[in-house]
Design a protein around this ligand. Sequence first.
Ligand code: ADP
Length: 259
Amino acid sequence: MPTIQIKNLYKSYINSDGEPTNALENINLEIKDGEFVCVVGPSGCGKSTLLEIVAGLLSHTSGEVLLDGVPVTGTSRDIGVVFQDPSLYPWRTIKKNIAFGMDIAKIPKQEQEERLTKYISLMNLVGFENKYPSQLSGGMRQRAGIARALVMNPKVILMDEPFSAVDHLTRCTLQDELIRLRQEEKKTVLFITHDLNEAVYLADRVILLTPRPGKIQQEYRIDLPYPRNRDDAFLTHTAATIMTDITTGSRKDDVEYYI
Ligand code: ADP
């Protein structure tokens, strides 16, 4: 059974003037255990809406979202979420920020320490445990946000443009760390990005949504083993193909979003 099943999913928002905005239309998507899927598409096509529905943070209008065959009705410990802004508590140290969810879940202190040691090391934060978020770079804060999701040991990780606020070099490092982590931890990942090169570099499969209302326009398989070469001809060719497909399916301002 696929880990995530999205069936005939529709989402409409009701605007302040009472008019509906159709954000997602008839989304059907299955994600296998351990698969890494990237969702790309023009700004406003419903990428974040999709992620928030899968995370159980937002209700849908019709259709179904299942995690291991069970309908998603709210947030769950099986699903970890990482946003663009890690929103760390400024008054808590990095270690205490990462431990936050475990405190709430009342995980015994010794187990907390074991998990903290593992994920602080895995996310290259050793030596920074007792610093405060303001003392860390943007990339390190994002690493702490990822560690905070991972210590809960979720089956699935949902990431919404997690690296778009950091500089290019840091982004490349974080991408490589995510690939390594995903191979070690065998997580199922749903990752949203508007960076096509990032999508093809990271994913087993890239899903392109149409401009709003978001429907699945196209799917691209990236059957290349990891670690990958960023300049690999297949990757650059696939990114260019996606760009062409966006150009044919979008308005000019949507295309400018990717350049
Ligand atoms: P993306 O992540 O692809 O940029 P979003 O999922 O944020 O797109 O938004 C999809 C569409 O739904 C957009 O047109 C957006 O304006 C609209 N939308 C998002 N949130 C709301 C809301 N709370 N109320 C009304 N419309 C919304």
